[in-house]
Design a protein around this ligand. Structure first.
Ligand code: ZN
Ligand code: ZN
Length: 457
């Protein structure tokens, strides 16, 4: 009897660091190889040891965010014969991210005393890339080209960040679709997902990030953009500047494109200097490299060339100076310790003319999360040695890179899967989907995969 199983390798059922294992009658496929962003050391690694050593045929990477690619070298170490499938843009961003991660872990080894760090090395990333195989969207390929009966894989544009993919896997009569992280509606720069019409797949593995987010029914992206532009304008007119903490991959490039649009539309003064720094510069160069070969709202637009951005003085490695009348898009988005946005905030938060503008999610325990929950005048601890009074204005905008929960609901209902696995969501998010879909899809078995459990289909 052929057997088909799914297993979550995650530490817990939450957003965390993503990795799942499919066994399709002997074809062993690992989906994503993430690192848990809030855990440290070995606790941040998925449970790869639950899959026998060197048994996997393939590791599929859906996109280059840390929670999907951050432990790929460790997964490859456990599965040396597996071929890693990913898009060319995902590979370019992922390579830069993994090298940066080695640097971050090496400095944390000293500061936090985590003896296991770094979990992998620069040279290891370089030689492991020999087994990376670059995939194009909507081009089906066989896991084993010499065996017609092996699993067939097709990547589809997931519209989440540059190079992101959802993956259709077909084996025998079965079909499985994994959404990865998805955005249907389109961003300012990157166009929305181009997923296939699924016809009752045997298994749909769907992200549920925003399941607990109730967005006001009168929300429009345009309103958010206008309010965002107005906040920036007000801080500039008050003689201050604007700090926008951003994730290096995705949010940085979306916000920069938005700023360029604002300048063209006269919503902010056209000569306002824009600074970027940290990992964002490197990632923006990669976005620009794929300007003509990815689906965009502004084809051919190259951010670094066309916006004449200030990227700081890299030769002197000097910290970026805080000047009035400028916009600073600095990573990291959660203002984590030692990152450019965190260090810059030391000189920024005390000035009441400045505005700190959040454009994405921040985990509550991170400095960005703490500031979001604070009030004017509160003292904020940015790291072990810097406590700063929060005097600047703080505002928040909704430019999520994930699909709205109603859109995912519609996608699931339209697809009519036989089994639906709710992943990449914290418990209130997966619970919302389970409740809604239990009514909308009475024939579908809905499961929130728990680590360790094997699900047969
Ligand atoms: Zn993502
Ligand atoms: Zn994710």
């Amino acid at each position: 009897m052929p057997s088909y199983t799914f297993q979550s390798l995650n530490l817990r059922a939450e957003i965390g660091g993503n990795s799942y294992a499919l066994n399709l009658d002997g074809d062993q496929i690992i989906l994503d190889a993430g690192m848990h962003p809030q855990e440290e050391g070995p606790d941040a690694i998925p449970r790869y040891r639950e899959i026998p050593y060197d048994s996997a045929d393939a590791i599929v990477i859906t996109h280059s965010h840390l929670d999907h690619i951050g432990t790929l070298p460790i997964a490859q170490r456990e599965q040396p014969s597996a071929v890693v499938y990913l898009t060319a843009a995902c590979a370019a961003l992922g390579e830069a991210l993994l090298h940066n991660s080695v640097n971050v872990m090496s400095s944390q080894r000293e500061e936090l005393g985590i003896v296991e760090y770094p979990l992998f090395h620069h040279r290891e990333i370089d030689y492991l890339q020999d087994r990376w195989s670059l995939c194009s969207y909507e081009k089906t390929f066989l896991l084993d080209p010499s065996d017609e009966k092996s699993s067939k894989l097709t990547f589809y544009d997931a519209g989440h960040i540059l190079g992101s993919a959802g993956v259709l896997i077909e084996k025998d009569e079965l079909s499985i679709f994994y959404t990865g992280d998805v955005h249907f509606g389109g961003h300012t720069l990157i166009k929305g997902a181009k997923f296939p019409d699924l016809d009752s797949p045997d298994l749909l593995i769907m992200e549920t990030t925003r399941g607990a987010d109730e967005r006001p029914c009168d929300y429009t992206r345009r309103d958010q953009e206008e309010r965002f532009a107005q906040s920036i304008r007000e801080s500039l007119e008050a003689g201050g500047s604007a700090l926008i903490p951003v994730f290096a991959i995705g949010k940085t490039q979306e916000v920069l494109t938005m700023l360029d649009n604002f300048k063209e539309e006269g919503l902010i003064p056209p000569h306002t200097p824009v600074f970027i720094g940290g990992l964002s510069t490197k990632m923006t160069m990669i976005y620009d490299r794929f300007a003509d070969s990815s689906r965009r709202h502004r084809p051919g637009f190259e951010i670094l060339r066309d916006m004449k951005l200030n990227t700081g003085d890299k030769r002197r490695r000097a910290p970026i100076e805080c000047k009035p009348g400028a916009i600073y898009c600095l990573s990291s988005g959660m203002m984590s310790e030692k990152t450019t946005s965190n260090i810059f905030a030391r000189r920024f938060l005390q000035n009441p003319c400045n505005s700190l503008l959040f454009v994405g999610y921040a985990e509550p325990s991170t400095p960005a999360g703490v500031i979001k929950a604070a009030s004017t005048g509160d003292t904020i601890r940015l790291d072990g040695s810097h406590q700063i009074q929060l005097n600047c204005k703080v505002d928040e905008f909704d430019f999520s890179g994930h699909a709205r929960r109603e859109e995912l609901l519609e996608f699931a209902v339209k697809s009519r899967p036989k089994k639906l696995l709710l992943v990449h969501g914290d418990p209130p998010a997966t619970a919302w989907f389970r409740d809604k879909l239990a009514h909308a899809l009475p024939e579908t078995e809905i499961i929130i995969p728990q680590p360790g459990n094997k699900i047969s289909f």
